[in-house]
Design a protein around this ligand. Structure first.
Ligand code: GLN
Length: 199
């Protein structure tokens, strides 16, 4: 059973722990470097990326997390988590840190005022079982992807049709939306399988 940490500084931590437990992993809270050192994979939840960035620095987790990611620690980031994992972030605060684990450019709060929060059904490449309900809450989108980054999903329709909202590069997975708030566990199951295969 893989032990999967959820970065528990801020944001919707509990929902991810519950989702991980439901797919047979052991979800644990990560708030300090010693806890980070003990996990087989890490989930970075939604919340507020600039606040999480500040807390990562304050709690001396920023460098250890960067180092572990550089060494191949599997990671899944949802919404603010996607922003933190990115290599380039647009529309953020100049002093916000990110983790450079995913070769993407994301735009923070990218969906305009009218669609700041919305839901849609979308297909995720590599995840079977038909369309998934995707909940977007002041979400980022991916504007550019580097070589080796696989695009897993795009917004299917509406004003933001075609925008990239799920990606994977090696052991790092990210979604603009929040699968932890629906009952659908396929993204978490997929991530736990990524961890099991990499072990
Ligand atoms: N808008 C938030 C940010 O910039 C992300 C929102 C979310 O995680 N639901 O960090």
């Amino acid at each position: 059973t893989p032990t999967v940490g959820v970065l528990a500084l801020q944001g919707d931590v509990r929902e991810h722990i519950a989702a991980l437990d439901e797919v047979g992993a052991r979800g644990v809270l990560v708030r300090r470097p010693a806890e980070l050192a003990a996990v087989d994979g890490i989930v970075i939840p939604g919340g507020e990326s600039t606040t999480m960035s500040r807390l990562l620095e304050l709690l001396e987790l920023l460098d250890p997390l960067r180092a572990q990611l550089a060494q191949g620690l599997p990671a899944y980031g949802s919404c603010a988590g996607m922003i933190l994992l990115a290599s380039t972030v647009l529309d953020t605060r100049p002093d916000a840190h990110h983790l450079d684990a995913l070769d993407i450019t994301v735009r923070r709060n990218a969906f305009g005022r009218q669609v700041q929060s919305f839901e849609t059904d979308l297909e995720l490449s590599g995840i079977a079982g038909g369309p998934m309900r995707a909940v977007f809450i002041r979400a980022p989108w991916v504007e550019e992807t580097g070589e080796g980054v696989e695009i897993l999903a795009r917004v299917p329709n509406g004003p933001a049709a075609g925008r990239v909202v799920a990606v994977r590069q090696g052991q790092v997975l990210a979604t603009s939306f929040h699968p932890e708030v629906t009952g659908d566990r396929r993204v978490h199951r997929h991530f736990v399988e990524m961890i099991t295969r990499s072990a």
